[in-house]
Each structure stands twice: as C-alpha cells, then as structure tokens.
Design a protein around this ligand. Structure first.
Ligand code: ARG
Ligand code: ZN
Length: 505
C-alpha cells in the first residue's frame, strides 16, 4: 500500500524519461542526443546522477564490458553489489493485443557502495524508474537497465526500486538453448519458459540463481481469463470487468523459475493427493478438464511423498502442474511445473512428473551457483526417474534400465556432463550421464551413505546456491571416501566409465 502511494507521487514528479530500445548499441563515441543516453531528473537538467548512469552504461566502454554476477557461461547475466529480497510484479495484461503494462517493485539490500544499480532487462520499454519513491535517472541499453539514484546507496542499506514498463512480451533468443525462451503466446494462452536466461525479457531482475528472492504476482486480466503464477493464490479482486489474481511465493526463488500462466484455464485443487503429499496440490489445467482427464496425474501426491522420504521434506508450501499448448517439453517452475499437453498425454508422462517434482529439491531449493553445473539439476532429477522405477518395478529392473542406457551413451560420443558446451547446456549427457554419475556414487558408497548424502545436501543447501564442489564435499564427508577420481571420470572425462562393483555397507 505505502509503496503504491509513494510510486504515484514519484510518477507525478517524473520529468522526461526515455529509454533506448533493445538492440541499440551504446555509442563508443559520445552521442548525446540519442535515446540510448537517456537522462532524466526532476529539474529537467542533466544531474550528476544522470551523468553517472550515462557514464557507466555508455561512456566507460562498450556495454559488453559491464560485469555480471560472475558466471563464466553468462558473463553479462546478474549483477554484483546488491541482494534482492522480494519482487512484486504488478502486471496488467491485455490478451487480445498481447500487451503488458507493468510495475516491478524490487526490494533489495546493497552489499557494496552503489552509485548506480544495474538490473538485467531487455525487450520491453521502460518509462520511469523510482528509487525509494523518488524519480531516478536510468539508461536501458542492450540487456542492462542502469539506474542512478539521486544519492548513492551505501553498503548495508535497504532500497526499493520501482520500474514502470510496457510492451508486447515476446520470446527472446538464448545463448544456451536452440529455441526462443521467455514469454510464450500460443493461441489464447500465455505462459513463461525462462530457463536459463530469459526472466529479464519479461521483468527487470538480477537474473541469476545466485540471487534468489520471494515474489508477489498481481496479474490483472479480463474477468473471464485465469491468471496463475508460482506459489499460493491469496486474492482475486474483481473491478470493472477485470480481475486481479494475486499470488504469493514465500520461499526464495531463482528468477528463471518465475512464471505466469494466463488464459482459458481452471485451477484445480486435489485434496486427496495433497493429503498424501503432505502439502496442498493444485493444478492449472485447460478449462473444462480435471485431474482424471490427465491419466497419471492422480499419482503426483504419491510421487511427492516418495521423494520426500528419500530427499527430506518437500521444500515449498504447495505444488502442482500447469498444462499448456505448444511448449514441447516440461519445466520445473517453482511450485508450478509447466507441462506441454502432449507430454501430459504421452507414455512417459509419469517419468516427467517425477523428474519435475524432484527438481523442487534439486534445482529449485538447492540452486546453481553457476550454470556450468547444470548436471546438479538435471542429473539429480533424472536419477529420481530411476528411483521411481526401482520403487515400481524393483532394483533389478532399475539396474537393467541403467545398464542399457550406459551402453548406448558409451558409444554416443557426447561431451561429459560436468563440462557442457555453453551453447547446449541441456544436452542429454547432462541428464542421463549426470544421473549415471549418481548411480556410480551409490554403488561406491552403498545405499545408506548415498541417501544420507542426498538428504544432507538437500537440507544443508536449502534455499541456497551451490557448485559441484559443495556436493562432492558432502559426499566425501559422509562416506569417508575420497571421491575426486570418481567424479572426474564421470563428469569431466568424455569417456563414459564402467560402473564400479557395488561397495559400501
Ligand atoms: N529443466 C527442464 C527439464 O527439466 C528442461 C528445460 C529445457 N528447456 C529450456 N527452455 N531450458 O527438463
Ligand atoms: Zn530437468
């Protein structure tokens, strides 16, 4: 409430804000009159703050030199110097025109003295920025929104940034996957698929899993349209033929897992599955369908309970899936995994249900500190599929399935899962040889130590970000075995090793 009031005052004070559209390159020579050197101040004259924003974004080198949060695979992604606590995304969406008008309110703490604050943002047009309610100068160049508050922010200070923006959200190219990521419009459905680097194509963000935050989504749509997001539906406010759906996510989330699902859907509670899972289960299904229209979905509660037995308590307040058209795959958006309807109709739906549920522990609660370690997400979620086979069909059936896959992968000539090509992060070795790596560990240390390792790792790094070394550290401590050689052979060496003979105790 207070935030909104402050925002309106700030808006009234704002003078001429303008911004570059994406794709515009900052001038290497001073180019004072173009939109790419946007300046604004309450007096209308360039201020020292405006100079700082323009200077940092365009005067001190090409934008390619703006440092990200420190991920080798995505040098521009994320930003150092502050820590986001919470995003409130206030979205007004027009499905007819695919038009978005938005205010992102970002609550953060400075971890360094900041003359300017950088957010990742692309594709949409920024009209105004406020820092602690006061209009601030900004530049929007390439994928960086550089904000210069009226006064510098000291390390340790909390601050609130409001970014007003609008436009037609569209998919963005990714450096890491060979298809468009971000906002998807398919017929009358809209939804977000942002992994790994497209969150900042629909909201301004510190777009790296190193900086997780909680979220509020307020999505205003025509009255006959359903709008869902991560977390829990806490309000549904109707006014003048429109409805605002308010969703709260109270556990920290990496930006790439933030999603909205908008269209002709129905929100379906499954109390029976929730009772089994131990947390509420709710789905976002095509209007007119319910759980029983998606055979296999009725087992999700059982799956969550099974994984909780192995990995420790389910990490979030609720869970469920959204079923959409035209995505072609599935994605583990936090508390609300997204499924293509054809995946939900396929013979492998059950495997994928287990896979995305397992990501809630591995990937979502325990996050990546760097994208190169993507096997920590995909190898673990894939191993969960084998654990489900073990439960359903027995250990021998599981061993046979794994051995057959190992034989295929051994001759496939793939890159090793621990060193994926940056342009093909989600290649199948990351998933399947990543999962075999865990199986090799299990055979080496024995079942007791292995599941102790998984549970300890999940508990110790819940809501945090990790690297492979953190996992290896836990595995060595608990097993008492020196494991560098095993992990190097499976993760780094392109040759797929033989499985060790079963050991442990
Ligand atoms: N993490 C997803 C999974 O569990 C894969 C997503 C691949 N697509 C993407 N847009 N990143 O299978
Ligand atoms: Zn996955």
């Amino acid at each position: 409430m207070r935030r909104r009031a402050a925002l309106l005052i700030g808006f009234a004070l704002a003078a001429t804000a303008c911004s570059a559209t994406t794709g515009e390159i900052a001038a290497t020579a001073p180019a004072p009159t173009t939109a790419s050197t946007a300046t604004t101040s309450t007096s209308g004259a360039p201020s020292p703050a405006a100079d700082r924003a323009a200077g940092l974004a365009s005067g001190e080198g090409p934008p390619g030199q703006i440092l990200g949060i420190g991920d080798d695979y995505f040098p521009q992604l994320g930003n150092p110097g502050y820590d986001v606590e919470h995003y409130t995304l206030d979205l007004v969406f027009d499905p007819e025109e695919t038009e978005l008008g938005a205010v992102a309110t970002i609550t953060a703490t400075a971890t360094a003295d900041l003359d300017t604050v950088n957010l990742d943002f692309s594709s949409l047009i920024v009209s105004a920025v406020f820092v602690d309610g006061a209009a601030a100068a900004f530049t929007a160049i390439d994928e960086e929104l550089t904000i210069a508050p009226a006064a510098p922010i000291a390390a340790g200070e909390d601050f609130v940034i409001d970014v007003e923006y609008s436009g037609s959200p569209r998919t963005a190219g990714s450096a890491a996957v060979p298809f468009g990521v971000g906002w998807q419009t398919v017929g009358n459905q809209n939804y977000v698929v942002a992994e790994p680097d497209a969150a900042h194509s629909w909201f301004p963000a510190n777009d790296h899993p190193l900086d997780k935050a909680t979220y509020t989504f307020r999505i205003n749509v025509p009255e006959d349209v359903v709008a869902a997001a991560n977390g829990t539906l806490v309000d549904r406010l109707t006014d003048l033929g429109r409805v605002t759906w308010v969703w709260e996510l109270d556990s920290p989330m990496a930006s790439y897992l933030a999603t909205v699902v908008i269209g002709d859907f129905t929100i379906v509670e499954d109390p029976a599955a929730g009772a089994v899972a131990g947390v509420p289960i709710r789905h976002v299904l095509p209007a007119g369908t319910t759980v029983t229209d998606w055979p296999g979905l009725e087992r999700l509660g059982e799956m969550v309970a099974f994984l909780a037995e192995l990995f420790g308590p389910y990490p979030f307040a609720n869970y469920g899936i959204a079923v959409v058209n035209g995505f072609g795959a599935a994605l583990e958006n936090q508390t609300l995994s997204l499924f293509d309807r054809n995946v939900a109709r396929s013979f492998y739906f059950e495997d994928v249900l287990v896979h995305e549920a397992a990501h809630q522990w591995f990937g979502n609660s325990v996050s990546l500190g760097r994208w190169a370690d993507i096997w920590l997400n995909e190898g673990f979620a894939s191993y969960a599929e084998w654990l489900w086979i073990e439960r359903e069909a027995g250990r021998d059936a599981m061993e046979r399935a794994i051995a057959a896959e190992r034989a295929d992968y051994a001759v496939a000539g793939l890159t090793a899962p621990g060193v994926p090509p940056s342009f093909d992060l989600f290649n199948r070795a990351v998933y399947r040889v990543g999962a075999m790596t865990l199986h090799a560990l299990r055979l080496t240390v024995g079942d007791d130590a292995f599941f102790d390792i998984l549970r300890t790792y999940a508990a110790m790094f819940a809501d945090q970000s990790v690297t492979t070394a953190d996992f290896v550290g836990v595995a060595e401590t608990i097993s008492g075995v020196e494991l560098d050689e095993l992990f190097d052979a499976w993760l780094i060496d392109p040759k797929v090793p033989e499985f060790p003979a079963a050991g442990g105790s």
